[in-house]
Design a protein around this ligand. Structure first.
Ligand code: 5U1
Length: 675
């Protein structure tokens, strides 16, 4: 095969894999194989400069730096869109479209996500990418062709056939959130400035005079329309135009849809709004366009925006505000969370006054001071958080945050374990804050489900000393409740009824309601199913607890610590005495398992289990542990520095396993039981 033929073959092969990877999201070969093909092509092109081509995939690595960007006049202006922020504004848009077209029926629209990136135009001559430019002021942009060539999802030549001899495709360059996170990690590691958000990162990466930098930045492109098309037939509808672009190898949003009338538009807005957080890229709204292209032309433009399209914006997810204070919140398990108290700001559709700062290390990493101007973000239902500080706006007096040594609520010592990022109040249920959180958790819907026992009421009950533990809830009388400020007899009665109602519960809910650290709803259900009765659970040692699926050493230890605390047992007894009941069942039998009846020999040091703990675990599953290896031995569990027992096992052909395999066998036990 000649060099020219091989170059042609490699280019086609690389293009195909690029398309599979970036457009179809279905790679056919490993990255290393792709790299090998790419390097082979690079080597051949270096050897044969006469074979150079503008649309070779090797152009994607970037070219020598430019002295400056050249201005490019757009053949047709790159306009912006008018915005709608409410349903009423969308209704008004639809009305204007219908009036403009003198139509009475529902209009057919093409609806798409509104990408939060930067607009570009890509000019293809006879299917080959020859020029790419930013929007600029709409009339003149900057030529960034070498940079756009590095964007892997932009085809350097169009697929298929039938493209107009001159075609300008319009769309948006953006950065996926995952690529943005990776880029910022890299920037941080190099000590370089981090980018504020994916849009800024995309803009900063595209506007590089050195396109090799752009090539290192993982940008993406999505097409949303055509600016110019000469000599060639285009479809009559926008939705078909997008399908055609997709067929030519251009990435088009898969979330695009044809909808009818205002009802269809608003339903699409709600649907995409619901998906917003799970999309891999940021969007700031959706765009509605009249689907009929001839009708688009009839409606035309008003000032600098089309009459036939509108952007329906989502509430902004980020906003600027000021940190008024940094308070400490004490959680159910005593975790101290620094919380930024903010000047109220409307973000993500609600007014935000607090944002979590997670923990002390996070405050240091983000360098948040009191008085700082910060960007806060509230995306979807996620708790608002401080994204970053604007250091240039820091006032002269901006105190640093200091984690207190004593719990701000109860004064107990604050402790922070060496390998933990969380500082905790050591006061336990002595601490009113932990008590309040524990009560709220106890009463929550998935736990004891006491309707009406919310934040405010728990606050009042604890502060008035009416309730200290969950058991006190079942001892409260009507009069004491009515004595509470602003508590009417009817509400008091309703609350007592809800408390009475909660007495009939399930063992799983009860275990979950106790609020044991690391015991969530699923673990509570597993524990209830496994032990069948509270007394059997209370009596279980750590090894027996670890037989429950997904209960490892940490959870087993938390359970034991909780049940070994006399105060906790007292509360449990009081709850039972007050009439909290559930139906109990049998403990799950030890099934004909992988461990039952088997003989194990332990040798060497296991990574996490002591010899004693491993023995207890095996025995609790019905296995036996022997001190010496013989033909009767089923498994030798070998750890570090295993000696002669390991050699003997190998000589006798006995199965040798490590700690992980032992734990797997023990888990199979559980699976056998629950099936
Ligand atoms: N998805 C999308 N974004 N966007 C931006 N479509 C779209 N269309 C635009 C713009 C400025 O303009 C055309 C309607 C002219």
């Amino acid at each position: 095969m000649s060099a020219a033929e091989r170059v042609r073959e490699l280019r086609a092969e690389i293009d195909r894999h690029n398309y599979q990877y970036y457009i179809l999201d279905a790679p056919l070969i490993p990255d290393a194989e792709f790299d090998r093909l790419f390097r082979e092509l690079q080597a051949l092109e270096a050897e044969h400069p006469e074979l150079a081509s503008l649309d070779s995939p090797t152009r994607r690595v970037g070219a020598a730096p430019l002295p400056e960007f050249k201005p490019v006049a757009h053949r047709t202006p790159m306009l912006s869109l008018n915005n709608a922020f409410s349903d009423a504004e969308v209704e008004a848009f639809d009305r204007r479209v219908r009036e403009g077209l003198e139509t009475v029926g529902d209009i057919e629209y093409s609806a798409e996500p509104k990408f939060d990136g930067l607009a570009v135009g890509l000019v293809y001559e006879n299917g080959i990418l020859v020029c790419g430019a930013t929007r600029g002021d709409g009339s003149t942009g900057e030529e960034v062709t070498p940079n756009l060539r590095t964007v892997s999802s932009i085809p350097l030549h169009l697929r298929g056939a039938g493209w107009p001899s001159l075609l300008e495709v319009r769309g948006e360059v953006l950065m996926f959130r995952s690529d943005f996170d990776r880029l910022n990690t890299r920037q941080r590691e190099k000590g370089d400035k981090e980018f504020v958000n994916p849009r800024n990162a995309a803009a900063g990466s595209l506007r590089q005079l050195d396109s090799r930098i752009t090539a290192s930045r993982s940008l993406r492109f999505f097409a949303y329309g055509v600016g110019v098309a000469e000599a060639g037939e285009l479809p009559a509808r926008h939705s078909d135009l997008l399908n055609l672009l997709a067929g030519w190898g251009l990435p088009v949003a898969i979330e695009r849809r044809c909808v009818r009338g205002v009802g269809g538009l608003l339903a699409y807005y709600a649907e995409i709004g619901g998906k917003r957080a799970s999309l891999p890229y940021d969007i700031d709204g959706v765009v509605y366009k009249l689907d009929d292209l001839a009708a688009q032309e009839r409606l035309g433009f008003v000032s600098r925006a089309p009459r036939f399209a509108i952007a329906h914006k989502f509430p902004a997810e980020e906003a600027l505000t000021q940190v008024l204070a940094i308070d400490i919140q004490v959680g159910r398990t005593g975790a101290l969370t620094p919380v930024a108290r903010l000047a109220p700001v409307f973000v993500g559709g609600v007014t935000v006054t607090n944002a979590t700062l997670h923990n002390e290390d996070e405050v240091r990493r983000k360098d948040v001071h009191i008085g700082d101007t910060v960007i806060v973000r509230r995306a979807g239902d996620v708790i608002p958080e401080v994204v970053r500080v604007l250091p240039e706006k820091r006032p002269i007096l901006a105190p640093e945050f200091i984690m207190p040594k004593a719990c701000p609520v109860c004064g107990s010592q604050v402790v922070r374990a060496q390998d933990e990022s969380v500082a905790r109040c050591s006061g336990g249920l002595y601490c009113p804050a932990q008590r309040k959180q524990a009560l709220l958790h106890f009463a929550s819907r998935r736990a004891m489900d006491i309707e009406g026992l919310g934040d405010k009421l728990v606050e009042q009950l604890v502060d008035s000393n009416l309730v200290r533990t969950p058991a006190d809830l079942y001892r409260m009388g009507l009069m004491a409740l009515i004595d509470l400020e602003r508590f009417a007899e009817k509400s008091a009665n309703n609350l007592l009824l809800a408390i009475e109602h909660s007495k009939q519960t399930t063992l799983a809910r009860f275990i979950y309601a106790l609020g044991i650290r690391n015991v969530g709803e699923a673990t509570a259900k597993d524990l209830a199913r496994h032990f069948g009765s509270l007394d059997r659970l209370l009596a279980a040692n750590e090894a027996q607890l670890m037989q429950v699926s997904d209960v490892g050493p940490v959870v087993a230890q938390c359970l034991r610590q909780f049940f070994d605390e006399p105060h906790n047992l007292e509360v449990i007894e009081q709850l039972r005495a007050s009439g909290v009941v559930w139906s109990e069942g049998e403990a799950l039998p030890i099934a004909g398992s992988a461990v039952a009846g088997k003989v194990f020999v332990l040798t060497g040091t296991l990574p996490s289990l002591t010899r004693e703990a491993a023995k207890e675990l095996i025995e609790a599953s019905g296995g036996k542990v022997s001190g010496s290896v013989s033909k009767k031995t089923d498994f030798v569990v070998a750890g570090a520095e295993a000696g002669s027992k390991l050699e003997k096992a190998q000589a006798l052909g006995v199965a040798v396993i490590d700690e992980t395999q032992l734990l797997d066998l023990l888990q199979q036990n559980i699976k056998g039981e629950t099936q």
